[in-house]
Design a protein around this ligand. Structure first.
Ligand code: PRX
Length: 659
């Protein structure tokens, strides 16, 4: 749980909605919100059916809204056909939106380029035609391993246009993680770049793809398509490797979108669970897009004049829903940023909001917390030094936002005239689930407030029984919703086991602990499983443990989270080596070696912040590692719990004093 939990529990401030945002809002006022919630509750099929007809363009209209016959493998709009890319691009072509700027791209070094909807459509069509010319077809899987760029959006949209199921791998993941995902999806195609540029540094991507493909089991990969970002040197395999611009050049700028069944998988996105192996979360075509679009309209109260900026990377679900799909389906102008918030200085975000006159800004608590700290020590780059008057809404996503960070964001960035939308959702939920609405919801710092209409969120105990307000429990969703995860790619049993345990009577188990207050507001308390949230990135403790024990020096490892003022949680690893206990400089050197190893095995985000060596780990007599105690040791606190059941209680002292 994050460091903000204690302050969350004592928070009492309330901020009513701003009248100027209530008027004309997509959902305006509590009565309208309640009426929608009621409609959804009383006749869910009519509610979702109406929204799907009103908001999506269908090539074959659906007759059945929800098919529950194979629950929990729900099917939405399952006899209808449509195409996501057509719903994001083609639908604007005969409207004034065609000539509106779709994407404003700003590179790491500050160069700005833009595309209109018409131009983006043409580029997507040309690339899709290029893929077709290579023989790639509906139903194949493509790995996308690209930097933030217009090209990344083009690649994803082109796949969606052809019904090629994409699986985007965040550019910060290692070749090993990339390999694992390439094999798991059975990719026939990899789309990448020569290099990515972040914070003034070039980082190779193509060479990581080469390494991944050389690890074996990737024979199905027929082509590697490379976006030339920097022109840096790359190895080339003739026949397999192609430049993205050369593939698109000369292709017709019209490519018929393939009509796809509503349930056709749109994408697979890997996320961490409580075992060592990441889960390939599979999303469907129509249901995902419907909710991506509706939440852009409802949560962000999208206006035609908006300049929308979601700072996430397309390698995460937030970038899928709130960059590549939702805002385009809504016809918004959006900012796409290649770099990092601290380069060339810590005022980068604020400067970009000023430069592009951003109206809706959506970022992560980690960024807010680190920029808060940075702004205090570098007052020239404090947000107050910039004109942020264009902003009307500011949002937060990915981890609990503690009330202190919320207030800083509200005061310094939103200037006390923009609501802070603390949006709770997950890779599995596809889009927002519990969130304030600008025209409806009184805000309480640290609470994600109320569920969206149609989302039956609740808090229950182990037996699936409702928990009274003020008491903690499991956050569940008691009715299916269109954007929900359909399955775990290749592992339907794990899907059922992870999300629909029998004792919860058919409810979806989110994996978060939460409680509600007397007003029905939700307060998220953190994960209930072995999943950590480091800088808003999900990490399985088992994943990091498996990486550590794969190192030749390591006999055993246990990984826990520790509250961290900037990153929310930090990874702490307790390690038993095969050799004698190292000390001093030698311990430092081995710790560094292990940190680099984890970075290579998973990616830099998984690097343990703290590695403690011990001769053993605290275990029960039956051999179970007592992580509960390790969490206490990791925090630097004294263990006060009963340790009499431990095989080796003395080990706790050793680990507490370890480096
Ligand atoms: O623990 C919750 C936390 O992030 C988890 C989902 O992570 P991921 O699938 O990577 O998706 C992140 C982007 C949607 C959740 O189980 N989380 C996400 N948003 C919030 C949050 N915790 C508290 N408040 C939030 N607003």
């Amino acid at each position: 749980m994050s460091s903000g939990i204690e302050s969350i529990l004592t928070e009492t401030r309330v901020f009513p909605p701003f009248p100027n945002l209530v008027q004309g809002a997509a959902i305006s006022g509590m009565d309208e919100y309640r009426a929608l919630c009621q409609e959804a509750e009383q006749s869910p099929d009519e509610f979702w059916g109406r929204l799907a007809r009103e908001n999506l363009a269908w090539t074959t209209p659906f007759k059945q809204v929800l098919d529950e016959s194979e629950a929990p493998f729900y099917r939405w709009f399952g006899d209808g056909e449509m195409n996501v890319s057509a719903n994001c691009l083609d639908k604007h072509l005969d409207t004034p939106t065609a000539n509106k700027t779709a994407l404003i791209f700003e590179s790491d070094d500050g160069k700005v380029s833009t595309v209109t909807y018409k131009q983006l459509h043409a580029r997507v069509c040309q690339f899709a035609n290029g893929l077709k010319s290579l023989g790639h077809r509906t139903g194949e899987r493509a790995i996308i391993y690209m930097p933030m760029s217009i090209e990344a959006v083009v690649a994803m949209q082109a796949c969606a246009r052809l019904g090629i199921i994409h699986s985007v791998v965040f550019g910060g993941f290692s070749s090993k993680s990339l390999h694992e995902r390439t094999v798991d999806v059975g990719a026939t195609l990899v789309i990448t770049a020569d290099e990515q540029v972040r914070g003034g540094k070039s980082i190779p991507l193509k060479s990581a793809v080469d390494e991944a493909l050389a690890m074996g089991g990737c024979d199905a990969v027929a082509h590697v398509i490379v976006y030339k970002r920097t022109g840096g040197a790359v190895q080339w395999q003739e026949g397999r490797d192609l430049w993205m611009d050369e593939l698109s050049a000369g292709q017709p700028d019209v490519c018929e979108p393939v009509p796809l069944n509503a349930e056709h998988p749109l994408f697979i996105l890997y996320t961490s669970g409580s075992t060592g192996k990441p889960k390939g979360v599979q999303h469907a075509t129509a249901g995902f897009l419907l909710w991506a679009l509706l939440t852009v309209k409802w949560t962000f109260d999208a206006k035609d004049s908006d300049v929308f900026w979601c700072t996430a990377d397309v390698g995460w679900v937030t970038g899928h829903t709130y960059i590549t799909y939702g805002p385009l389906a809504a016809g918004l102008t959006q900012v796409v940023f290649e770099g990092v918030p601290t380069y060339p200085n810590v005022g980068r975000f604020w400067e970009m909001i000023q430069r592009h006159k951003v109206t809706v800004f959506y970022t992560a608590p980690t960024a807010i917390r680190s920029l808060t700290k940075a702004a205090e020590s570098a007052p020239d780059y404090h947000p107050r030094e910039y004109d942020l008057g264009s902003l009307r809404i500011i949002g937060s996503v990915g981890e609990p936002i503690n009330p202190e960070a919320w207030m800083w964001y509200y005061t310094n960035v939103g200037r006390e005239r923009c609501p802070v939308l603390d949006t709770w959702w997950q890779t599995e939920t596809g889009a927002h689930m519990i969130t304030p609405l600008p025209g409806v919801t009184p805000l309480k710092p640290g609470s994600c407030t109320l569920p969206l209409p149609g989302i039956a969120a609740a808090i229950v105990d182990e037996a699936g029984e409702p928990v009274e307000s003020g008491k903690g429990g499991f956050l569940v969703v008691q009715r299916p919703w269109p954007a929900m995860i359909r399955t775990i790619w290749g592992d339907p049993e794990r899907f059922k086991k992870s999300y629909f345990p029998p004792e919860l009577k058919g409810a979806y188990l989110a994996g978060d602990g939460a409680q509600r207050d007397a007003d029905g507001y939700f307060w998220i308390m953190g994960r209930i499983d072995d999943v950590l949230n480091v800088s808003g990135h999900r990490l399985g403790t088992m994943e990091v443990e498996s990486a550590l024990v794969a190192h030749e020096l390591v006999a055993e490892a246990a990984v826990v989270g520790r509250p961290d003022a900037t990153t929310g949680e930090a990874v702490v690893a307790f390690v038993v080596l095969k050799r004698s206990l190292p000390e001093g400089a030698e311990a430092d050197q081995i710790a560094k070696q292990l940190r680099d190893w984890v970075s290579k095995e998973i990616g830099p985000i998984a690097k343990p912040k703290d590695i403690r060596f011990g001769e053993n780990l605290p275990k029960t007599r039956s051999g179970k590692i007592m992580r509960r105690l390790l969490r206490v040791v990791a925090k630097g606190e004294t263990v006060t719990q009963d340790v009499s059941t431990l095989e080796n209680p003395a080990i706790l002292d050793q680990l507490s004093q370890a480096r």
